[in-house]
Design a protein around this ligand. Structure first.
Ligand SMILES: NC(=O)C1=CN([C@@H]2O[C@H](COP(=O)(O)OP(=O)(O)OC[C@H]3O[C@@H](n4cnc5c(N)ncnc54)[C@H](O)[C@@H]3O)[C@@H](O)[C@H]2O)C=CC1
Ligand SMILES: O=C1O[C@H](COP(=O)(O)O)[C@@H](O)[C@H](O)[C@H]1O
Length: 257
Protein backbone atom coordinates (compact mmCIF):
# COMPACT_ATOMS: atom_id res chain seq x y z
CA UNK A 1 0.00 0.00 0.00
CA UNK A 2 1.79 3.11 -1.24
CA UNK A 3 -0.67 5.88 -0.38
CA UNK A 4 -1.10 7.02 3.22
CA UNK A 5 -3.52 5.19 5.52
CA UNK A 6 -5.82 7.44 7.52
CA UNK A 7 -6.10 6.49 11.21
CA UNK A 8 -8.88 8.34 13.06
CA UNK A 9 -8.97 8.25 16.85
CA UNK A 10 -5.18 8.03 16.66
CA UNK A 11 -4.76 9.39 20.19
CA UNK A 12 -6.76 6.60 21.83
CA UNK A 13 -5.95 3.14 23.18
CA UNK A 14 -6.66 1.18 20.00
CA UNK A 15 -4.77 3.79 17.99
CA UNK A 16 -1.78 3.38 20.30
CA UNK A 17 -1.81 -0.41 19.89
CA UNK A 18 -1.92 -0.08 16.11
CA UNK A 19 0.81 2.54 15.93
CA UNK A 20 3.07 0.69 18.35
CA UNK A 21 2.85 -2.45 16.23
CA UNK A 22 2.73 -0.95 12.75
CA UNK A 23 4.56 2.36 13.07
CA UNK A 24 6.91 1.66 10.18
CA UNK A 25 4.68 -0.61 8.12
CA UNK A 26 2.57 2.17 6.56
CA UNK A 27 2.69 5.81 5.67
CA UNK A 28 0.21 7.07 8.25
CA UNK A 29 -2.04 10.10 8.25
CA UNK A 30 -3.28 10.55 11.80
CA UNK A 31 -6.46 12.30 12.89
CA UNK A 32 -6.65 13.56 16.47
CA UNK A 33 -9.60 15.18 18.20
CA UNK A 34 -7.38 17.55 20.15
CA UNK A 35 -3.74 18.52 19.64
CA UNK A 36 -1.39 15.66 20.62
CA UNK A 37 0.88 16.23 23.62
CA UNK A 38 3.96 15.24 21.60
CA UNK A 39 4.66 16.02 17.96
CA UNK A 40 3.88 12.80 16.02
CA UNK A 41 6.42 11.33 13.58
CA UNK A 42 3.68 11.17 10.96
CA UNK A 43 1.50 13.54 9.01
CA UNK A 44 -1.44 14.52 11.18
CA UNK A 45 -4.37 16.83 11.59
CA UNK A 46 -6.75 17.79 14.38
CA UNK A 47 -10.45 17.59 13.63
CA UNK A 48 -13.87 16.23 14.38
CA UNK A 49 -15.41 13.38 12.40
CA UNK A 50 -18.81 15.07 12.57
CA UNK A 51 -17.41 18.03 10.57
CA UNK A 52 -17.62 17.58 6.79
CA UNK A 53 -14.69 19.95 6.26
CA UNK A 54 -12.44 18.17 8.78
CA UNK A 55 -13.27 14.78 7.34
CA UNK A 56 -12.62 15.90 3.76
CA UNK A 57 -9.23 17.27 4.81
CA UNK A 58 -8.42 14.04 6.62
CA UNK A 59 -9.40 11.87 3.66
CA UNK A 60 -7.39 13.89 1.12
CA UNK A 61 -4.76 11.69 -0.54
CA UNK A 62 -5.41 8.43 1.32
CA UNK A 63 -6.36 5.06 -0.18
CA UNK A 64 -7.34 3.21 3.03
CA UNK A 65 -8.91 4.11 6.35
CA UNK A 66 -8.94 2.65 9.83
CA UNK A 67 -11.82 4.44 11.52
CA UNK A 68 -11.56 4.33 15.31
CA UNK A 69 -12.79 7.78 16.34
CA UNK A 70 -15.94 7.87 18.38
CA UNK A 71 -17.38 7.70 21.85
CA UNK A 72 -16.21 4.28 23.19
CA UNK A 73 -18.23 4.27 26.41
CA UNK A 74 -20.74 1.42 26.70
CA UNK A 75 -22.90 3.79 28.76
CA UNK A 76 -22.61 6.70 26.31
CA UNK A 77 -25.85 8.65 25.87
CA UNK A 78 -27.78 8.81 22.60
CA UNK A 79 -26.82 12.39 21.73
CA UNK A 80 -23.16 11.49 21.87
CA UNK A 81 -23.28 8.23 19.91
CA UNK A 82 -25.59 9.84 17.35
CA UNK A 83 -23.10 12.63 16.67
CA UNK A 84 -19.72 10.98 17.20
CA UNK A 85 -20.38 7.39 16.17
CA UNK A 86 -23.26 7.36 13.71
CA UNK A 87 -23.11 10.75 11.99
CA UNK A 88 -19.31 10.76 12.20
CA UNK A 89 -19.08 7.35 10.55
CA UNK A 90 -21.52 8.28 7.80
CA UNK A 91 -19.50 11.42 7.04
CA UNK A 92 -16.34 9.30 6.95
CA UNK A 93 -17.88 6.89 4.42
CA UNK A 94 -19.21 9.71 2.25
CA UNK A 95 -15.80 11.38 2.15
CA UNK A 96 -14.14 8.01 1.46
CA UNK A 97 -16.34 7.57 -1.61
CA UNK A 98 -15.52 11.10 -2.81
CA UNK A 99 -11.81 10.38 -2.42
CA UNK A 100 -11.97 6.95 -4.13
CA UNK A 101 -10.76 5.11 -1.02
CA UNK A 102 -10.45 1.35 -1.61
CA UNK A 103 -10.49 -0.09 1.88
CA UNK A 104 -12.38 0.94 5.01
CA UNK A 105 -11.75 -0.80 8.34
CA UNK A 106 -14.33 0.03 11.02
CA UNK A 107 -13.92 -0.38 14.78
CA UNK A 108 -17.10 -2.18 15.72
CA UNK A 109 -17.59 -3.72 19.14
CA UNK A 110 -18.60 -6.69 21.21
CA UNK A 111 -21.40 -4.40 22.39
CA UNK A 112 -23.06 -4.69 18.94
CA UNK A 113 -23.98 -8.23 20.06
CA UNK A 114 -24.12 -7.79 23.84
CA UNK A 115 -27.67 -9.06 24.22
CA UNK A 116 -26.62 -12.59 23.22
CA UNK A 117 -25.17 -12.75 26.74
CA UNK A 118 -28.42 -13.77 28.38
CA UNK A 119 -28.94 -14.81 31.98
CA UNK A 120 -29.38 -18.41 30.76
CA UNK A 121 -26.02 -18.45 28.92
CA UNK A 122 -23.87 -16.55 31.43
CA UNK A 123 -21.45 -17.05 33.05
CA UNK A 124 -21.05 -20.50 31.41
CA UNK A 125 -20.45 -19.01 27.95
CA UNK A 126 -17.35 -17.23 29.25
CA UNK A 127 -15.70 -20.52 30.29
CA UNK A 128 -13.18 -22.63 28.33
CA UNK A 129 -15.30 -25.79 28.12
CA UNK A 130 -18.40 -24.00 26.78
CA UNK A 131 -18.93 -24.42 23.03
CA UNK A 132 -21.27 -21.45 22.40
CA UNK A 133 -19.89 -19.26 19.59
CA UNK A 134 -20.95 -16.14 17.71
CA UNK A 135 -19.29 -16.07 14.30
CA UNK A 136 -20.25 -12.74 12.70
CA UNK A 137 -23.11 -14.13 10.60
CA UNK A 138 -25.67 -13.45 13.37
CA UNK A 139 -27.76 -10.28 13.34
CA UNK A 140 -26.66 -7.58 15.79
CA UNK A 141 -28.22 -7.70 19.26
CA UNK A 142 -26.92 -4.58 21.04
CA UNK A 143 -27.31 -4.32 24.79
CA UNK A 144 -26.96 -0.52 24.94
CA UNK A 145 -27.17 2.57 22.73
CA UNK A 146 -23.41 2.49 22.18
CA UNK A 147 -23.88 -1.02 20.75
CA UNK A 148 -26.70 0.31 18.56
CA UNK A 149 -24.28 2.91 17.17
CA UNK A 150 -21.71 0.21 16.37
CA UNK A 151 -24.31 -2.00 14.68
CA UNK A 152 -25.37 1.07 12.69
CA UNK A 153 -21.76 1.63 11.65
CA UNK A 154 -21.67 -1.94 10.32
CA UNK A 155 -24.87 -1.33 8.32
CA UNK A 156 -23.49 1.94 6.92
CA UNK A 157 -20.52 -0.09 5.70
CA UNK A 158 -22.85 -2.59 4.06
CA UNK A 159 -24.56 0.26 2.19
CA UNK A 160 -21.34 1.92 1.06
CA UNK A 161 -19.91 -1.43 -0.02
CA UNK A 162 -22.99 -2.44 -2.00
CA UNK A 163 -23.61 0.95 -3.60
CA UNK A 164 -20.06 2.24 -4.07
CA UNK A 165 -17.82 -0.84 -4.03
CA UNK A 166 -15.57 -0.04 -1.06
CA UNK A 167 -13.99 -3.06 0.61
CA UNK A 168 -15.27 -2.95 4.18
CA UNK A 169 -14.03 -4.86 7.22
CA UNK A 170 -15.89 -4.45 10.51
CA UNK A 171 -13.82 -5.66 13.43
CA UNK A 172 -15.95 -6.38 16.49
CA UNK A 173 -13.22 -5.58 18.97
CA UNK A 174 -13.39 -7.39 22.31
CA UNK A 175 -11.57 -5.93 25.32
CA UNK A 176 -8.19 -4.38 24.59
CA UNK A 177 -5.87 -4.15 27.56
CA UNK A 178 -2.14 -3.54 27.65
CA UNK A 179 0.27 -6.17 28.96
CA UNK A 180 -2.14 -8.68 30.45
CA UNK A 181 -5.82 -9.64 30.29
CA UNK A 182 -8.41 -8.07 32.59
CA UNK A 183 -8.12 -9.46 36.12
CA UNK A 184 -11.10 -11.05 37.96
CA UNK A 185 -13.30 -10.47 34.90
CA UNK A 186 -14.25 -13.69 33.10
CA UNK A 187 -16.10 -11.91 30.32
CA UNK A 188 -13.13 -9.63 29.69
CA UNK A 189 -10.75 -12.60 29.64
CA UNK A 190 -12.97 -14.36 27.11
CA UNK A 191 -12.83 -11.42 24.73
CA UNK A 192 -9.35 -10.15 25.53
CA UNK A 193 -7.44 -8.56 22.66
CA UNK A 194 -3.73 -8.05 23.34
CA UNK A 195 -1.95 -5.02 21.93
CA UNK A 196 0.11 -7.07 19.47
CA UNK A 197 -2.90 -9.04 18.23
CA UNK A 198 -4.76 -5.74 17.83
CA UNK A 199 -2.02 -4.35 15.61
CA UNK A 200 -1.82 -7.63 13.69
CA UNK A 201 -5.55 -7.92 12.94
CA UNK A 202 -5.62 -4.35 11.64
CA UNK A 203 -2.56 -5.09 9.49
CA UNK A 204 -4.39 -8.13 8.11
CA UNK A 205 -7.46 -6.01 7.39
CA UNK A 206 -5.33 -3.55 5.42
CA UNK A 207 -3.56 -6.31 3.43
CA UNK A 208 -6.22 -8.92 2.67
CA UNK A 209 -8.66 -8.96 -0.25
CA UNK A 210 -12.34 -9.06 0.68
CA UNK A 211 -15.71 -7.52 -0.14
CA UNK A 212 -17.69 -6.95 3.10
CA UNK A 213 -16.71 -8.68 6.32
CA UNK A 214 -17.66 -8.80 9.98
CA UNK A 215 -15.00 -10.47 12.12
CA UNK A 216 -14.28 -10.71 15.82
CA UNK A 217 -11.15 -9.04 17.13
CA UNK A 218 -10.04 -11.09 20.12
CA UNK A 219 -6.87 -12.99 20.96
CA UNK A 220 -6.82 -16.80 20.74
CA UNK A 221 -8.22 -17.18 24.25
CA UNK A 222 -9.10 -20.64 25.65
CA UNK A 223 -12.18 -18.94 27.02
CA UNK A 224 -14.07 -17.55 24.08
CA UNK A 225 -17.60 -17.11 22.79
CA UNK A 226 -16.57 -15.33 19.61
CA UNK A 227 -15.23 -17.42 16.77
CA UNK A 228 -12.02 -16.16 15.17
CA UNK A 229 -12.28 -18.61 12.26
CA UNK A 230 -13.56 -16.03 9.78
CA UNK A 231 -10.75 -13.62 10.67
CA UNK A 232 -8.25 -16.44 10.16
CA UNK A 233 -9.78 -17.60 6.88
CA UNK A 234 -10.42 -14.27 5.17
CA UNK A 235 -7.82 -12.01 6.70
CA UNK A 236 -5.05 -14.49 7.53
CA UNK A 237 -5.26 -13.50 11.21
CA UNK A 238 -2.79 -15.50 13.30
CA UNK A 239 -3.13 -14.33 16.92
CA UNK A 240 -0.22 -14.88 19.32
CA UNK A 241 -1.85 -14.31 22.71
CA UNK A 242 -4.26 -16.20 24.96
CA UNK A 243 -5.67 -14.93 28.24
CA UNK A 244 -5.20 -18.46 29.68
CA UNK A 245 -1.44 -17.89 29.55
CA UNK A 246 -1.68 -15.35 32.36
CA UNK A 247 -2.10 -15.57 36.09
CA UNK A 248 -3.15 -12.05 36.98
CA UNK A 249 -0.52 -9.75 35.52
CA UNK A 250 2.01 -12.56 35.20
CA UNK A 251 2.59 -14.50 31.96
CA UNK A 252 2.81 -18.17 33.03
CA UNK A 253 2.92 -19.87 29.61
CA UNK A 254 4.33 -19.01 26.21
CA UNK A 255 2.35 -19.26 22.98
CA UNK A 256 2.81 -22.55 21.13
CA UNK A 257 5.28 -22.19 18.23
N1 LIG B 1 -10.76 -0.35 23.65
C1 LIG B 1 -11.56 -1.38 23.42
O1 LIG B 1 -11.44 -2.43 24.09
C2 LIG B 1 -12.61 -1.32 22.37
C3 LIG B 1 -12.73 -0.23 21.50
N2 LIG B 1 -13.69 -0.25 20.51
C4 LIG B 1 -13.82 0.87 19.58
O2 LIG B 1 -12.52 1.24 19.11
C5 LIG B 1 -12.47 2.65 18.91
C6 LIG B 1 -11.30 3.22 19.69
O3 LIG B 1 -11.52 2.96 21.06
P1 LIG B 1 -10.47 3.35 22.17
O4 LIG B 1 -9.16 3.62 21.54
O5 LIG B 1 -10.57 2.36 23.25
O6 LIG B 1 -11.11 4.71 22.71
P2 LIG B 1 -10.38 6.05 23.10
O7 LIG B 1 -11.39 6.92 23.77
O8 LIG B 1 -9.10 5.74 23.80
O9 LIG B 1 -10.05 6.65 21.66
C7 LIG B 1 -11.05 7.19 20.84
C8 LIG B 1 -10.47 8.43 20.20
O10 LIG B 1 -11.46 9.01 19.34
C9 LIG B 1 -11.42 10.41 19.50
N3 LIG B 1 -12.74 10.96 19.16
C10 LIG B 1 -13.89 10.81 19.84
N4 LIG B 1 -14.88 11.48 19.23
C11 LIG B 1 -14.32 12.05 18.13
C12 LIG B 1 -14.83 12.88 17.11
N5 LIG B 1 -16.11 13.27 17.08
N6 LIG B 1 -13.99 13.28 16.12
C13 LIG B 1 -12.68 12.92 16.14
N7 LIG B 1 -12.14 12.14 17.09
C14 LIG B 1 -12.96 11.72 18.08
C15 LIG B 1 -11.07 10.62 20.98
O11 LIG B 1 -10.50 11.90 21.18
C16 LIG B 1 -10.09 9.49 21.23
O12 LIG B 1 -8.75 9.88 21.02
C17 LIG B 1 -13.82 3.22 19.34
O13 LIG B 1 -14.62 3.40 18.21
C18 LIG B 1 -14.39 2.12 20.22
O14 LIG B 1 -15.79 2.14 20.19
C19 LIG B 1 -14.52 -1.30 20.33
C20 LIG B 1 -14.47 -2.38 21.18
C21 LIG B 1 -13.52 -2.47 22.24
O1 LIG C 1 -16.62 -1.54 22.98
C1 LIG C 1 -16.01 -1.51 24.03
O2 LIG C 1 -15.82 -2.66 24.72
C2 LIG C 1 -14.82 -2.75 25.73
C3 LIG C 1 -15.13 -3.98 26.58
O3 LIG C 1 -16.41 -3.84 27.12
P1 LIG C 1 -16.69 -3.97 28.68
O4 LIG C 1 -18.17 -3.87 28.81
O5 LIG C 1 -16.17 -5.31 29.09
O6 LIG C 1 -15.92 -2.86 29.36
C4 LIG C 1 -14.81 -1.48 26.58
O7 LIG C 1 -13.83 -1.56 27.59
C5 LIG C 1 -14.55 -0.31 25.64
O8 LIG C 1 -14.54 0.91 26.36
C6 LIG C 1 -15.66 -0.23 24.63
O9 LIG C 1 -15.34 0.76 23.68
Amino acid sequence: MDDPVLLTGAGGAVGAAILEGLEDAYEWKLMFHSPPAEEPDHEYLVGDVSSEGDVAAAMDGVSAVIHLAGDPRPEAPWDSVLENNIDGTQKMYEAAVDEGVEKFVFASSNHAVGSFETDERTPEMYRPDDQYRLDGTELPRPGNLYGVSKATGEVLGRYYHDQYGLSVCNIRIGNLTRGHPPIDYERGQAMWLSYRDCAHIHDCALQADYEYEIVYGISDNDRKYYSIERAKEVLGYDPQDNSAHFDGEERVAEPEP
